[in-house]
Structure formats: C-alpha cells, structure tokens
Ligand binder design. Structure first.
Ligand code: SF4
Ligand code: SF4
Length: 227
C-alpha cells in the first residue's frame, strides 16, 4: 500500500511533465488563449438569423434537402389515401409519438385501397425526435417527412397534430375520397404505381353521391390506368 502511494506522489518525470514551457511561454500562455477568439473575428459569419429577422420568405430558408420536418400523409393519383392504418409506423417509433386507429373501408366509404384506412392519425411533436424510423416502416409510402420546420404551438394539445393537419391536400386533377377504387384494380395495382388518376366511373360515383363536391369541377380523368 505504502509503495503504491510513493509511486503516486513521485510520478516518473519522463512520462509526466505538466509544463514544459519556458518563462516566456508561460508569460504568453494567457494571451495565446485569445488567439482562437481573435482569429474567429475575421472569419465569415456562419450563424443564420431566423427568417422574420431577415425579411426572407420561408422558401428562401437554407434547408438541407434531406432535412426531416413535418410528416405528410400522401395520396394516390386518384385522390385515395395511401395510409392503410397498419400501425407499423407507430410500432417502429422509439418515442411512442404516433397514434393510429384504423377503420374498415366500405363500398359507400372507401378512403384508401384495400380493406382499411387510417381513421385517426396523430403525431405528438412534443415526443417526436425526427428520426424517420416511421418513414422506413411504412409499407405503402403513405408517410413521408417534408422540409416544413415551423412546428410550434402554445399548448401541449396543439403540438399533437391530427390527420387533417398531416394529410396532403388534393393535387391537381385528384378526386376527393371517399370513392371506389379504380374499377378492375386491386390494392396491389395501387402499390405498384399503376394508378395515374381518377376514372370516369369514379367521377360518376362521386357525382351521384356528393353532387356538390368541389373536386368534381377540377378532377381530371386519367387516359390510362394500368390494370
Ligand atoms: S420521426 Fe421518429 S420519433 Fe418522430 S414519429 Fe417518426 S419514428 Fe417517431
Ligand atoms: S402511415 Fe404507413 S405505416 Fe403508418 S399506419 Fe399508415 S400505412 Fe401503416
């Protein structure tokens, strides 16, 4: 015990020499510490001001192309939702930030191809760590992440985004669901990307069931929907 203590009190000077500087080096040491500070003063500024402070618009923000922002729930070209309510995204989420409740599609209310759709879809942005595991887990590419970075709220409840906050709006030519799938197709045709837009039969179905639907005026019937 005492032998070890002596070793500790008398370190080998060949291996341990805390200050090898001479008197001038020791005198300049405090000033040398400012070298980094002074040299940085003359380098270009890398700090980016938040947009409202710069007068820039949001689309001028300097965002990396693969930035993980707000989630998006996507649609097929005929307007049906890609989400089938399988909950794989929720199970993959390490932060337990996603809640999905599925419901059955019916002939009168078909929201997505196949048997089920996501009736409830929530992302809790107080929990989300933007890791994108949910994106990787999604089998239909229903879920993606956008570059939208302004995810804010004044209450805890407002930080839970609902399906209506995440579902993308209809793109040009799409038909508002619910409506039947493209006639003669299965959900596999949708997954393979064979659907290029609504058909006349789908437009007619919506016209019969929801004659006031505004998407009827803009729906563009696809010339070819591969079967
Ligand atoms: S990005 Fe990550 S933390 Fe956020 S919801 Fe998806 S899996 Fe969960
Ligand atoms: S977003 Fe994708 S993984 Fe999540 S429930 Fe919908 S289809 Fe399933």
């Amino acid at each position: 015990m005492s032998e070890n203590t002596n070793e500790f009190n008398q370190p080998d000077p060949e291996q341990y020499s805390p200050n090898k500087k001479g008197p001038i080096g020791r005198m300049l040491s405090p000033v040398a510490g400012f070298g980094v500070t002074f040299s940085t003063l003359f380098r270009p500024v890398v700090t980016e001001q938040y947009l409202p402070n710069t007068g820039k618009k949001k689309n001028e923000a300097h965002i990396r192309p693969r930035y993980h922002g707000l989630h998006k729930l996507n649609r097929y070209a005929d307007g049906l939702e890609k989400c089938i309510g399988c909950e794989l995204c929720a199970w993959a989420c390490p932060a337990d930030a996603i809640l999905v409740e599925a419901a059955a599609n019916t002939p009168d209310a078909q929201y997505s191809p196949g048997e089920r759709y996501g009736r409830v879809y929530q992302v809790n942005y107080l929990r989300c760590i933007f890791c994108a595991y949910c994106i990787q887990a999604c089998p239909t590419r229903a879920l993606t992440m956008s570059n939208e970075f302004e995810i804010v709220g004044q209450t805890r409840e407002s930080m839970i985004y609902e399906k209506e906050n995440l579902l993308v709006p209809l793109a040009e030519g799409m038909l508002q669901p619910p409506h039947p799938m493209v006639e003669g197709t299965t959900d596999a045709d949708y997954y393979k990307g064979n659907i290029t837009g609504p058909t006349q039969a789908q437009v007619d179905w919506v016209r019969e069931h929801r004659p006031d639907d505004p998407s009827l005026a803009t729906a563009k019937v696809a010339e070819v929907n591969a079967r």
